[in-house]
Design a protein around this ligand. Structure first.
Ligand code: GLU
Length: 494
């Protein structure tokens, strides 16, 4: 028998931004689809009209595009980058456009006595909940409308009475969910509420819409957040009611803060867009998120998308929550900033350097000097600000080395100034040769590195900590270097 084509879907709700945890799910979808030559589909789950956010679907597509993640089926953005399009044989891929399909399946469930109309008002449900809480009973729907005669219920619906449709779930026994990550998980039916599957506005809820669409779209693997595990029994119930083959479910562990609380908006950023805006590179985010909860080796942290694709194994994803380690994210971004094409790097960093500085080469040299030290491109603004100042504030540090006198510091600076003046312009472009030149002259003089290089470095930076004086000389260029030394000498002699 021919092997079934592997099909996975990203199914975001257009809430205004993409949650970083959802992106991890989409990355796993993508890896599995690529690994097996299958399909990766983008379906928009917009049936909750109360959460509708204007432009959110376009934004989601733009964010995926920025990440270089391109689903081969479903919703996508046209060339103009603004118009939503759909492609594929299983459309529509925007869930609200599938309303009629969902209603048809809801009707089938009603006909099979696997679902029922519920006319309970918001007030009644609120009363019920209050009472349950007051009497310390588990909260949940009390089955008030479950027993209604179907003929009666239909008449009330036809008469236009406001209603929802609920699943008629078993009240005893248990159900087993076979999860690709967690193995078999058992649930008691009595703890599971008769879920609303069609709301008053006629729209299906996630519980019906997503199952129907996954089935209709021939999805083979449903990867989703752990928060859906407790709803899985309802979903299995729907599959079984229709006699459909259940897809492989994998509930991915939550992303956690270092204190093991759930990564939430209140504690920091959870939106993918904000990480991209801060300058985290797509390859950083993909590498980092793929390793949140899974790592094929304990020795390697850097993986290309090709390696991830080759190595990914759903059953090796950890069951427990994955800590969102910002330090590791920064370390990875620093790595990819160093690895990327130099012209792309310069372009990225340039927008964080002063616009009014017109010396493009100078800015380029600065960008290269700080390349190893950046977590995100914008770090360069603060790190390099001293280099653009017309004068430095030396008061914050000391220009003299340990117990050296002002005269000794001045002597060293003035001498080094002469040495630098004599360095050939072509050599002044290489940190190593500047370093060798100056260091050998220090030896000839019988001076120490500390007592010579400290005043020089502080003269050039005005800071206790900075790149080495050799790097600074190369980045400044001869003229600016000499001017800085003159400035420091004048300050000391004041
Ligand atoms: N629309 C759901 C969400 O955004 C999708 C969950 C799923 O992937 O099934 O959480």
């Amino acid at each position: 028998m021919a092997q079934k084509r592997i099909r996975l879907r990203a199914a975001p709700s257009p809430t205004g931004y993409m949650h970083i945890g959802n992106l991890r799910t989409y990355i796993y979808d993508l890896l599995l689809a690529k690994q097996t030559g299958g399909d990766f589909i983008l379906r928009i789950e917009d049936t909750d009209q109360s959460r509708f956010v204007e432009g959110a679907t376009v934004n989601l597509c733009k964010t995926l595009k920025r990440l270089g993640i391109v689903p081969n089926e479903g919703v996508w953005l046209a060339e103009d980058g603004e118009t939503l399009m759909q492609r594929g044989e299983f459309g529509p891929y925007i869930q609200s456009e599938r309303k009629a399909k969902h209603q048809k399946y809801a009707q089938k469930l009603l006909d099979m006595d696997k679902a029922y109309y519920c006319f309970c008002t918001e007030d009644r449900l609120a009363e019920m909940r209050k009472l349950q809480e007051a009497t310390h009973q588990p909260t949940g729907y009390d089955g008030h409308c479950r027993k209604l005669d179907i003929g009666e219920a239909k008449k009330r619906v036809e008469a236009g009475e406001s209603h929802v449709v609920r699943l008629k779930l078993p009240k005893e026994g248990s159900v087993v969910i076979d999860d690709a990550i967690r193995g078999k998980v058992n649930f008691d039916w009595k703890l599971i509420d008769d879920q609303v599957i069609v709301k008053q506005d006629g729209m299906a809820t996630y519980h019906l819409a997503s199952m129907v669409d996954d089935h209709d779209m021939e999805i083979t693997h449903v990867l989703r957040g752990e928060e859906w595990l407790s709803s899985a029994p309802k979903h299995i119930f729907i599959y079984q009611a229709f006699g459909w083959e259940v897809p492989i479910f994998a509930h991915l562990p939550l992303l956690l803060n270092p204190d093991r609380t759930k990564l939430s908006k209140r504690q920091g950023d959870v939106s993918v867009e904000s990480y991209l805006d801060k300058g985290y590179l797509p390859q950083t985010l993909i590498n980092f998120l793929a390793l949140c909860g899974w790592n094929p080796s304990d020795k390697q942290e850097i993986y290309s998308i090709e390696e991830l694709t080759r190595l990914f194994n759903l059953s090796k994803v950890n069951k427990s929550g994955a800590i969102f380690n910002l330090e590791k994210l920064n370390w990875l971004n620093n790595h990819y900033l160093r690895e990327m094409d130099v012209n792309d790097y310069l372009k990225l960093v340039d927008m964080h350097l002063p616009r009014d500085e017109k010396d493009v080469d100078f800015k380029g040299r600065i960008a290269l000097m700080f390349r190893d030290r950046l977590n995100v491109p914008s770090d360069i603004t603060e790190l390099s600000s001293f280099m653009f100042k017309s004068t430095l504030d030396y008061a914050a540090t000391t220009l003299t080395w340990k117990d050296h006198s002002v005269e000794e510091a001045v002597e060293r600076m003035e001498t080094v100034r002469q040495w630098i003046e004599q360095i050939d312009d072509s050599k002044l472009k290489e940190v190593k040769s500047v370093e060798e030149d100056i260091k050998s002259k220090i030896v000839d003089k019988g001076w120490g590195n500390g007592d010579t290089l400290w005043p020089l470095r502080v003269a050039l930076s005005g800071q206790d900590k900075s790149p080495s004086p050799f790097e600074l000389i190369v980045a400044y260029g001869k003229e600016r270097t000499l001017a800085r030394i003159d400035e420091a000498v004048a300050y000391l002699l004041k």
